[in-house]
Design a protein around this ligand. Structure first.
Ligand SMILES: [Zn+2]
Length: 398
């Protein structure tokens, strides 16, 4: 078996049973421990965590991980494994050669583990590539983080999201296909509620695809099966529709308002604000955008970061998701970009870590993730750099 080592960006092979000295640990359950700890595991799961006194040294035959801090693995709450972050249209053309995409995905999956990311939630693709990745990882054929996949998204025919789902003419057509759609297999239902934001026109968002009444039917069809709903929504109108229909998480949510944040807190709806797909275009400059577009992006970014801080202060549930696969949002590394954007929004580093671990586990609907306690599988943990929390509000090095 293996454990992710984000400190060295590698995957370490370990025996099923063993012991090691680590520099400390943190988890939501156990809190922070900043002294040397003797960690033991059996059958691949933690069997004990014993802090060592100053003069005490560990027994022989222990692995020396005393440069590393033990944490639950990171989680990225929004990725697209079937996209390559380089060229959207070229990538869609490549979808006709599945072996090419599968090779890419295996590379990305490995990279996630090397970066300490032990679970990802995939927002879907029409061809079902991410679902295939999920199946391959679950069956142990491919090495990778746990994949929570929506399989295919639900969008309206002729509107935004052609690469995410087949598109339904209206709610009646959806209802006629509802059972087959769920029978394909899915971990969460992704609904495309609005189109994209525009980089050349501030506050302009692609049209809203569903009424509250229709979206509520979609949400109830999932909830009736015990399946959470993630909603792609931006702009005042679309976000309000998603909240009223009681989705479980709002993805992107550009142009969020204070009133909407209040309603989300009341209903326990999480926000995954995906800053990287806009922020990274400014952070890693390209000549793809005009100066007018750059100015618009700056305005969007500034407003978005301010709203994230507001959400944090209001105690709205915030998830950390990158939209990896989007242009300039590389798989795995971009989770560090996204965490840095959260820090830039004014959220303390430890809180950002808690969101990327504990809150994301709730958003994935997998509370067994994001933990570190006796019984936790070693493969769901990471060995992080020793001073991961010492740097207070500094950025993560990417
Ligand atoms: Zn997405």
């Amino acid at each position: 078996m293996y454990i992710s080592c984000s400190a060295e960006q590698k995957i370490i092979e370990i025996p099923d049973e063993g012991e090691a000295i680590v520099a400390g640990y943190w988890s939501h359950e156990l809190g922070l421990c900043s002294q040397s700890v003797l960690l033991k595991w059996k059958n691949g799961k933690i069997s004990s965590l014993h802090p060592l006194g100053h003069l005490e040294s560990g027994p022989n035959k222990t692995q020396c991980w005393d440069d590393y801090f033990l944490l639950p693995g990171w989680i990225d709450a929004h990725v697209h494994l079937a996209l390559d972050s380089l060229d959207f249209y070229q990538c869609l053309e490549n979808w006709t050669q599945p072996s090419l995409i599968e090779e890419n995905m295996q590379r990305f999956l490995q990279r996630y583990l090397e970066r300490g990311i032990v679970a990802i939630r995939d927002g879907g693709d029409l061809s079902g590539f991410s679902w295939k990745a999920k199946v391959m990882v679950t069956e142990g054929v491919w090495l990778g983080p746990r994949v929570i996949s929506v399989h295919e998204a639900v969008n309206r025919a002729g509107m935004y999201g052609r690469f995410l789902g087949r598109g339904f003419k209206d709610i009646l057509e959806w209802q006629g296909n509802e059972r087959d759609f769920f029978d394909q297999g899915l971990d969460q239902l992704k609904v495309v509620v609005t189109g994209l934001i525009r980089f050349d026109e501030f506050q302009k968002v692609g049209s809203t695809q569903w009424t509250v009444k229709d979206l509520t039917k979609l949400v109830e069809s999932a909830h009736g099966r015990g399946i959470p709903v993630m909603a792609h929504a931006s702009g005042e109108e679309g976000i309000s529709v998603a909240i009223a229909a009681r989705v479980d998480s709002i993805e992107h949510g550009y142009y969020m308002t204070t009133g909407q944040l209040e309603r989300m807190r009341e209903k326990g709806i999480a926000w995954v604000p995906t800053v990287a797909p806009i922020g990274n275009l400014l952070k890693y400059p390209t000549d793809r955008y005009s100066s007018h577009e750059i100015e618009t992006l700056k305005r969007i970014l500034e407003g978005h970061l301010a709203k994230i801080q507001e959400a944090y202060k209001m105690n709205v549930r915030i998830g950390v998701g990158t939209d990896a696969g989007a242009y300039q949002v590389p798989h795995a590394e971009s989770l560090y970009d996204e965490m840095n954007w959260m820090i830039q929004a004014g959220i303390p580093r430890l809180e950002v870590c808690r969101m990327a671990i504990h809150e994301n586990a709730q958003i994935l609907g997998s509370p067994e993730l994001g933990r570190l306690d006796v019984g936790t599988p070693m493969s769901l943990l990471q060995l992080a750099e020793r001073n991961v929390f010492a740097k207070e509000n500094k950025s993560f090095v990417i």
